[in-house]
Write a protein that binds this ligand. Structure first.
Ligand code: AMP
Ligand code: MG
Length: 331
């Protein structure tokens, strides 16, 4: 009898130690579908959604009530401490990337119709008139206040999703969550490992076709992809995508079809994926060698180029399964 009781107690304890259950929510924000999955603490999903909704209302350039829209309209405006912190970090990343990332690109992005969906190809003269407005260095940030030079406009579309992902994961971590996976429209951010202790498997889209080009095994990492295929239009047989080279005001053109950045921080990975796509492969590889702190997968039309830290955790698949994989080394 005693033994039966002991067994029953043991069973209850063991089942209580079972793997945490997944809880998921799908939402639409920042013009994209997002999926948040947390293991164990399902009640945190409401708070996570609130972080994203608040971020969108505060940062989105197309939300007329946002701090960024107000700054663009007024030229100078008070900003909240959270927005100030983000603007300072974004400006520093623009500097670090030598202006390949430029958060003051909005006048040009708007001219191409990428925010409204009313796509058009701006003329040479129009672009020449807009380019002098693009210069992140002219953004002035003072305590509680930001100011732009005349005609300048900010767009945080290249970094906002990564920033929000970081804030959601901060909440999860502080609440003791050990496993969570965020997919914020191409920005994947993984907390910890899967509940069984194994790595997360994050697929990288095939930028030229359906399905996937490869998969990455990661723990506790952000995996963020930028590619021309994510938003584009066609006119006169030409494809024009949404990642603009601040030097020309035109969609960045190189052999790269997509850039995936793997690192500890969603904001940095988000900014770098956009910037390294603009740079093209050669400059992006130089940037990685000079700065480090992240890993990358570069996809061209016929091969994959990966940085050495991913050599053991990246596998090709789909149309890329039999294509060449080149590993970049630090020296
Ligand atoms: P992502 O999808 O993170 O690569 O960010 C692309 C978005 O950032 C675009 O839709 C634009 O709103 C904006 N953008 C485009 N080109 C740049 C650039 N060179 N620097 C900063 N933001 C950009
Ligand atoms: Mg980005």
């Amino acid at each position: 009898m005693k033994r039966a009781l002991l067994c029953a107690v043991l069973l209850i304890i063991l089942s209580g130690c079972g793997q945490a259950e997944p809880h998921s929510v799908t939402l639409f924000a920042m013009d994209t579908v997002m999926e948040l999955t947390v293991y164990g603490e399902g009640s945190l999903l409401d708070e996570a959604q609130a972080i994203i909704a608040e971020g969108e209302q505060r940062l989105s350039v197309t939300e007329s009530g946002s701090e960024i829209a107000a700054l663009n309209r007024e030229g100078a405006n008070p900003i909240s401490p959270k927005t100030e912190e983000l603007l300072r970090q974004a400006q520093a990343l623009c500097e670090q990337t030598g202006g390949a990332l430029d958060i003051s690109i909005y006048p040009v992005v708007r001219a191409w119709g990428f925010t409204t969906g009313e796509y058009r190809v701006p003329g040479d003269e129009e672009l020449a008139g807009l380019l002098p407005l693009v210069d992140y260095q002219k953004l002035q940030i003072k305590e509680g206040r930001a100011a732009l030079s005349s005609g300048m406009q900010i767009d945080l579309g290249s970094v906002a999703k990564g920033w929000m992902g970081d804030k959601v994961l901060e909440l999860f971590r502080q609440s003791g969550v050990k496993s969570a996976l965020l997919n914020l429209g191409g920005n994947v951010q993984a907390l910890g490992t899967k509940p069984d202790g194994s790595s997360w498997r994050v697929a990288v889209r095939d930028p030229a076709g359906e399905g996937y080009a490869g998969a990455l095994e990661v723990t506790d990492k952000a995996v963020v992809t930028s590619g021309g295929y994510q938003r584009y239009f066609e006119e006169g047989g030409q494809v024009y995508h949404h990642i603009i080279d601040p030097a020309t005001g035109r969609p960045a053109r190189s052999e790269l079809l997509s850039v995936t950045i793997v690192g500890d921080n969603g904001f940095t990975c988000d900014g770098l994926s956009t910037a390294l796509f603009v740079m093209g492969l050669e400059k992006a590889a130089d940037f990685w060698r000079a700065n480090g702190g992240f890993e990358a997968v570069f996809l061209t039309g016929d091969s994959a180029i990966i940085t050495e830290g991913l050599a053991d955790c990246f596998t090709t698949m789909g149309n890329y399964a039999n294509r060449e994989v080149t590993v970049l080394h630090h020296d």
